[in-house]
Design a protein around this ligand. Structure first.
Ligand code: PAN
Ligand code: ZN
Length: 188
């Protein structure tokens, strides 16, 4: 038998594989993502909001291949809006994806091509099928880091155009100590 090449700690999503890639997103790189620009400007731009580790077993752009990754979002808020990922659609629109929560609690905010936005609860063990054409963003609504694993097609690509302004059509904010999903545009 061949030795095992890649490992995932299924308790938290931590990965061990040769050639593991990683990136981090700091508050300063998330301009225009959070609604309260005033609050965003007052925070340290060097604060890390989330990290991603991922494995590309085939070259990016390969048709028919898959990538695997883990994202960790820190707890925190900009004003009353919880820390979250940029959020994106896939460049090849019909490419789907799986997300699976390992640690923490969150909301997976989804927006389809007809402009319908909804959210799925993320909790350890929750598995989320993100259909092609559906924009996706993860919000950490807990007081500890939120971690989830993901599997997506190696030719999907990322289109971040929807991430800014009112692109997602909704935001997740804290109200009286509770996370609230708010559609934008309907109320002030
Ligand atoms: C994930 C995301 C990751 C970071 O691997 O890329 O969670 O989120 P943003 O890409 O929106 O910054 C994924 O959805 N890949 O397709
Ligand atoms: Zn994706």
């Amino acid at each position: 038998m061949n030795p095992v090449f890649a490992f995932v700690n299924w308790a938290d999503g931590a990965m061990q594989v040769p050639g593991l890639r990683s990136s981090e997103k700091k508050l300063g790189q998330l301009k225009g993502i959070f609604r309260d620009q005033e609050a965003w400007r007052k925070l340290d731009p060097e604060t890390i909001v989330y990290r991603v580790w991922w494995w590309e077993p085939v070259a990016s752009g390969t048709e028919g291949g898959l990538f695997w990754g883990t994202t960790e979002i820190q707890p925190g808020r900009v004003g009353n809006e919880y820390y979250m990922t940029h959020g994106h659609r896939h460049l090849i629109r019909n490419r789907a994806e799986f997300y699976g929560t390992t640690v923490g609690t969150g909301k997976l905010v989804l927006r389809d091509e007809n402009g319908n936005t909804w959210a799925e609860e993320m909790t350890p063990g929750s598995l989320h099928y993100i259909a092609g054409n559906v924009a996706h963003r993860v919000v950490n609504i807990g007081s500890m880091p939120l971690r989830f694993v993901a599997c997506w097609p190696s030719d999907a690509g990322h289109d971040y155009e929807i991430a800014g302004g009112q692109g997602f059509g909704a935001q997740v904010i804290e109200e009286h100590g509770n996370p609230v999903f708010k559609a934008l545009g309907t109320t002030a």
